[in-house]
Design a protein around this ligand. Sequence first.
Ligand code: HEC
Ligand code: HEC
Length: 436
Amino acid sequence: MLRSYRRFKKPLLRLAHPARPYIAIITVWLAGASLAIAQNPPPPAAPLSNLQTLGQRIFQDRNLSEPPGTACINCHSPNNGFASNNGSRIGVPFGSRAGAVGTRNAMTNAYGAFVPTFSFRLKDGDTDPVGGHFWDGRADTLALQALGPFLNSAEMNNPSSAAVVKKIAASNYANLMRAEFGATIFSDPNLAFQKLGVAIAAFESSAQLQPFSSKFDAFVQGKTALTATESRGMKLFQDPLRANCASCHTMNPASRNPQDSLFADFAFYATGIPRNDSIPANANPAHFDLGLCGPDRTRPALGANVPADVSIEKFCGTFRMVTLRNVAERQAYMHNGVFKNLRQVVSFYATRNSDPKRWYGPAGVPNDLPAAYLNNILNDRPPFNRPKSAGPALNEAEIDDVVAFLKTLSDGYTQTAAVPAPPPLAPPSNVLRSPF
Ligand code: HEC
Ligand code: HEC
C-alpha cells in the first residue's frame, strides 16, 4: 500500500524539478505511473495564486546562488519531505560554494505555515520556549526566514541582497514580480528583496506544502484502515506511559480535521541528541551548537510571563521540534542530522537511558553539550524518565511498529493498484558515514 502511493507521488512531484541526468528514466516510469493515476485520480491540487507562483519560481530557481546551482529546493525537495541536504550524506547540507558545509540538518519547510511565532509557554508548571522558524526559532515569520538562505555563505552565498534582486530582474519571471509589486519594483532593491520573502512565504503557505494527504489523514477520515503494525505503532506513539511521542508530537485521531494533528507543538527541548562527528565544525571539541543560546542567534529575552526563578541558561541546548508529517521521506534526522533513518531515531528514544554507551560512546554521557548544560536534558517524562535498570522503553518489535506508524504520515497516499517499482535514484555524491 505504502509503495503504491509513493510511486504515484514521486513522478508528479519530480515534474517540478529542472532536468536532471536521469530524467529519461523518470519519463519511462511516469508512463507506468500515469496508468495508475488514470484508474484512481487523486483530487486535483488547488491552483496557485499569482503570488504563490512567483514564490514557487523563486524557490526553484537554481540561478539564485553563488555560484549558480543551489536553489531552495535543493535543500527542501518534495521528494525528501521538503528537507534534503543538497547531495550531502553527513547529515548537514552542502552549500553552493565548493567545500561549504553547514552545521545543521535541513528542516522541513512543509507545514511551516502552522509554526507559531516565538514565545514562552507556561503549561503544567513548566516554562517552555515555543515557535519561531529554524531549529533555534530565530526567524519570526516565513517571509523573514526566506531571506536568510540567500545571503548565508554556507547555503546560497550571494554577496548582497541587491545581487539577488539583480538576478531576479534578469530572469524570465521578472514580469511576475512587476505584476505583483509594481512596474518599478526593481528600482528599489531593498524593497524588492523583502518582497521575495513575501512571495516565497505565500508559496510555502499553499496547499502544495500542506496537502494533508497522508494515509493517516485518509484513516482519520474513515477512508482507509491501518495495518496491524501501524495500529500498534499509533497506540505506542500516543501512550503516555510508553513511547509518549504524542505528548510533544501532537495528534488527535478522533478529529476528522487533519489540522488537529500537526505532529508537533513546536516547543523546544534538549533531548540529548548525540554529537555528529561528521560535521566539520565539530572537529573542534570546544564547538557546541546550543540552539536557543546560539551561536546562530542571540539569546532571546525572557517573556514577561516567565517566572522570576527561570533563567535563559535553562534553555541552552534546546531545539525546536518539527512536524513528523513526511518524516519517513527525510534523509537525516535531528538538528545535527546525526541519525540517518527512522529506526535509529526510535531506537534512540527507546534506549537513550537504558543503553547510553550505544549513543554516546564508552563514557555513556551525552556528548553534544558542555558539562554546564547537561542538566537541561529532559529526564522527567516517558520515554526519558526511566532508570537504566528498567531497560528499553520499547522492545525491537515495538520500535518497528512505531516506525510503521511514522510511515503513514507521508503525503500523497492513494489506494491505486500496484505499478512497477521506481528506478533507483542517482547514487549519493558523498560517502562519509554516520557512526550509527
Ligand atoms: C544549502 C541548503 C539550504 C538551502 C539552499 C535553503 N535552506 Fe532552508 N534550511 C536549511 C537548513 C540547514 C535549515 C535549518 C537552519 C537552522 O536552523 O539554522 C533550514 C530551515 C528552513 C526553514 C525553517 C523551517 C522551520 O520549521 O522553521 C524554512 C522555512 C526554509 N529553510 C526555507 C528555505 C527557503 C525559502 C530557501 C530559499 C530561499 C531555503 N530554505 C534554502 C537548508 C537550506
Ligand atoms: C519531550 C518532547 C518530545 C517527545 C516526548 C518526543 N519528541 Fe521527537 N522531537 C522533539 C524535539 C525537541 C525534536 C528536535 C530535537 C533536536 O533536533 O535537537 C524532535 C525530533 C524528532 C524527530 C526528527 C525529525 C526531523 O525531521 O529531524 C523524529 C523523527 C521524532 N522526534 C520522533 C519522535 C518519536 C517517534 C517519539 C516517541 C518515541 C518522539 N519523537 C518523542 C521532542 C519530542
